[in-house]
Write a protein that binds this ligand. Structure first.
Ligand code: ADE
Ligand code: ZN
Length: 369
């Protein structure tokens, strides 16, 4: 159904030669006979959204933070959402358990260990400093803990990872500007800025000045748009903020002129299917626009967003779209190559990772079970 878009730069991943089986969630590539895992980059991942109930309860006990319940099943039972805001309410309510550099280290370490098993070679990880600073945590502790985990993830798992600082759009533009000013002393610890939290009512244009300031610091620019907000949010993110990547962007499909632009400029869209279902942005996974996005030649890649809350990590997203949308190995290889093309790593690394996708699709995997 899909082909790689014409005119795409760089090497073109080979189409698969045979059927492959996506590994069971959590299965790691190994030389012990386990199925190989599709290599990919994860570009839309909120580190705060990887806070699994087990770690939540452990950190709450360690830091003397009261939770409404410490029963894991009950906690998981609360992970039912009606929209983005209903999720954000719970997500923010859980975050006071993160207090120390060690807590942030453990959070990111757990994610990177899980991501390595899922085939992630490159992770560009969002963090929300405003939430932690409001909870009384010094930005230095947040940055030090996360950065130490990233260094460890590189040493232990070979994962290349960087941080992207997100502004909470519902706190407004002045707060975003203050946050950037507070973060600039830690400039070498993050590669870009993003825009997240409640979307509708907080259009990208509000953040024009702070994005311009970030651009002047040679920071990469990304923004959530077109998750709950309409196509006009995507236009603004591109034209007013200069966003290089759009996070979600699925509502862009409602505007044919925007689709043409996204295809012509090969602007990456970091789509999060399980998130979209959990937040009822789409009714069912089977109704997701991902296959249409692929068939229109958009540079779309798969991501997990907040995996502890939405039912799975990036490999779970891949398995789900294969199962529910009938995506083939060729589609998955395209998604993986797109993720590498869309990432902010050095070109030589991108080429090396895409060659790994070639190796995967060339028949490294065993025949179907
Ligand atoms: N923060 C964490 N997850 C988010 C999402 N899916 N959309 C907006 N802000 C978020
Ligand atoms: Zn997100």
């Amino acid at each position: 159904m899909t082909g790689l878009p014409a005119g795409r730069k760089g090497r073109v991943c080979r189409r698969p030669t045979g059927q492959h089986v996506l590994p069971a969630p959590g299965a790691a590539a190994s030389d012990s006979g386990a199925p190989p895992v599709l290599p990919c980059a994860e570009l839309h991942l909120h580190i705060e959204g990887t806070l699994e109930p087990e770690l939540l309860v452990r950190l709450a006990a360690r830091n003397g933070v009261r939770l409404p319940t410490t029963d894991l099943a009950e906690l998981r039972g609360r992970y039912r959402f009606t929209d983005l805001q209903s999720f954000l309410d719970l997500y923010y309510a859980n975050l006071p358990v993160l207090r120390t550099e060690q807590d942030f280290y453990e959070l990111a370490h757990a994610y990177l260990t899980r991501a390595a098993a899922a085939g992630v070679r490159r992770a560009e990880i969002f963090f929300d400093p405003q939430t932690h600073m409001a909870n009384g945590v010094p930005l230095a502790a947040v940055v030090a803990g996360l950065s130490a985990a990233l260094a460890d993830g590189s040493a232990r798992h070979g994962i290349s990872a960087d941080l992207i600082l997100c502004f909470l759009r519902d706190l407004g533009a002045a707060a975003a500007a203050e946050t950037l000013a507070a973060a600039l002393p830690f400039r070498e610890h993050f590669i870009g800025v993003g825009l997240d939290s409640a979307e509708v009512g907080y259009p990208p244009a509000l953040f024009r000045d702070v994005f311009a300031r970030a651009a002047a610091e040679q920071l990469q620019l990304v923004a959530h748009a077109g998750e709950e907000g309409g196509p006009e949010y995507v236009w603004e993110a591109l034209d007013v903020l200069g966003a290089q990547r759009i996070d979600h962007g699925i509502r862009a499909m409602e505007d044919p002129r925007l689709v043409d632009r996204l295809r012509a400029e090969q602007i990456p869209l970091t789509v999060c299917p399980l998130s979209n279902v959990a937040l009822r942005v789409v009714e069912t996974l089977g109704a997701h626009v991902l296959p249409v996005m692929l068939s229109r030649g958009l540079r779309v890649c798969l991501n997990s967003d907040d995996p502890a809350y939405f039912g799975g990590y990036i490999d779970d997203n891949l398995a789900a779209v294969r199962r529910e949308l009938g995506l083939t190995d060729a589609h998955l290889a395209t998604l993986a190559c797109n993720s590498f093309d869309a990432c902010f790593a050095h070109d030589a690394d991108k080429q090396r990772w895409k060659a790994e996708v070639d190796g995967y699709t060339a028949g490294a995997a065993p025949s179907p079970r």
